[in-house]
Design a protein around this ligand. Structure first.
Ligand SMILES: [Zn+2]
Length: 258
């Protein structure tokens, strides 16, 4: 029979979102077989490694590979905690130079919002988990998902578990978690396919838009990938206002979605 390793766990702040109510905000006993790593233990308790920035075992900082012998007190912290950990090695990777995302299935509306804000966002409702992991690894993309199992995959280094199901609230979560406000480039991407859009004039698009639109607008955008035409129709003001809620003072170019 493998030996049972007993320890106590305490998760802080937003990491409690992953726990059943009875263990939130308090120290609780936990058991695993053998000599598990801290990472295995934390993930067995329900918290993906992509949410963990700092771990103390019996008061000492450790990384994910530390092995448990039994009897340890483990304290686990997310990013943005009040704890002063200056000078200690943090476990989450440094922010990427460019924020790119790959989204799990059923997150199509969030994908469109992120593209609207200008973020390179891959999404398909046919992606399998292995495909998402592969894309994230290959392109150094941040995985956004409602599935904690996907974030426990060892090859996923940057990810975030969406707490909410409403797309607008999800956008707020992602913007706050990754401090995206300064990185908005509104209306620079096609909401439908993620391609970059370029400005153009009426002459190029006249044959591809309704006559009514040709009469009322003279500036347009075209997607470099799918050729979709955008113009500053009634939808534009609504979308621009939405973006300004997240990044006040951002400059929303004139040309936009209809
Ligand atoms: Zn497109």
């Amino acid at each position: 029979m493998p030996t049972v390793t007993r320890c106590t766990l305490r998760f802080y702040d937003g990491l409690n979102d992953f726990l059943p109510p009875e263990t939130r905000g308090r120290t609780f006993a936990f058991e695993l077989y053998g000599t598990p790593s801290v990472k295995d233990t934390i993930e067995a308790a329900g918290v993906p490694h992509t949410e963990v920035d700092f771990i103390l075992v019996d008061g000492h900082p450790v990384d994910f590979t530390a092995l448990l012998q039994g009897g340890e007190r483990i304290a686990v912290y997310p990013m943005f905690t009040q704890l002063d950990i200056a000078g200690f090695e943090q476990l989450l990777p440094a922010p990427p130079d460019i924020y790119r995302f790959v989204l799990d299935v059923h997150l199509g509306r969030l994908a469109r919002y992120l593209r609207l804000a200008g973020f390179d966002t891959l999404y398909s409702n046919t992606y399998t988990d292995p495909e998402i992991v592969e894309i994230a690894q290959h392109d150094e993309r941040i995985v956004l998902t409602r599935d904690t199992g996907l974030l426990k995959h060892g090859a996923v280094t940057r990810g975030y578990w969406l707490r909410n199901t409403a797309p607008r609230t999800q956008l707020t979560e992602v913007v706050e978690r990754f401090e995206l406000h300064p990185h908005f480039t509104p209306f620079s991407r096609c909401m439908m396919c993620n391609g970059l859009v370029r400005a153009t004039d009426l002459a190029e698009v006249r044959n591809r838009i309704p006559p009514r639109v040709a009469q009322h607008f003279d500036r347009f955008s075209v997607c470099n990938d799918c050729n979709r035409v955008y113009w500053p129709g009634s939808h534009y003001a609504k979308l621009a206002a939405l973006l300004k809620e997240y990044a006040a003072g951002i400059d929303t170019p004139h040309t936009e979605l209809s």
